[in-house]
Design a protein around this ligand. Sequence first.
Ligand SMILES: CC(C)(COP(=O)(O)OP(=O)(O)OC[C@H]1O[C@@H](n2cnc3c(N)ncnc32)[C@H](O)[C@@H]1OP(=O)(O)O)[C@@H](O)C(=O)NCCC(=O)NCCS
Length: 164
Amino acid sequence: MRTADRDLLVRHVDGGVGDVCRSILAELPAWFGIPEANDDYAAHADAHAGVVAEIDGEPVGITTVLRHGPSSAEIYLMAVRPAVHRRGVGTAMLEVVEAELADDGVDFLQVKTLSPAHPDPGYALTRKFYLAAGFVVLEEFPHLWGDANPALQLVKTVGRRPRS
Ligand SMILES: CC(C)(COP(=O)(O)OP(=O)(O)OC[C@H]1O[C@@H](n2cnc3c(N)ncnc32)[C@H](O)[C@@H]1OP(=O)(O)O)[C@@H](O)C(=O)NCCC(=O)NCCS
């Protein structure tokens, strides 16, 4: 995919990108400030499928996916370097992930993020991204990540429509 002034490439990865993950998360301390959680994200990026977005050959974004079964999957991690926020990188990664999952028979894609019950301004922007991408709120989980970090589950259909 080509952006206005640069080449953006989104490539599938079958794990092996823990270092890319660490390097991008290090630029996003307001979202990813818990070292143990970042270790988990990097380990997941080393072991699970996902996509990496590159501009001029440099990795600028990463998305990893967790499969819950034949019909459902979860965005485990999505992160874009702040220097290129709001330039379509997240959208481009999501499009590739959704197309791959749909080809593999997945109907439902979910993501969990910080709930609006928490005042964090960064995650308010995160929720704007997911809502703009067509996710809808499914459920709040006030205690899933501990009382201080209420979780919001969002979901969207990918691929074929579920039967009505
Ligand atoms: C959330 C994130 C992945 C989005 O990636 P991105 O490449 O910046 O997003 P895009 O440029 O594809 O944005 C697509 C649309 O989402 C909405 N959006 C994204 N960022 C927004 C912001 N900061 N403010 C308002 N709307 C926003 C807009 O509707 C935007 O379309 P527009 O620019 O044409 O108006 C990225 O900002 C990021 O890494 N944030 C920090 C980490 C994070 O929140 N990860 C997810 C944790 S659950």
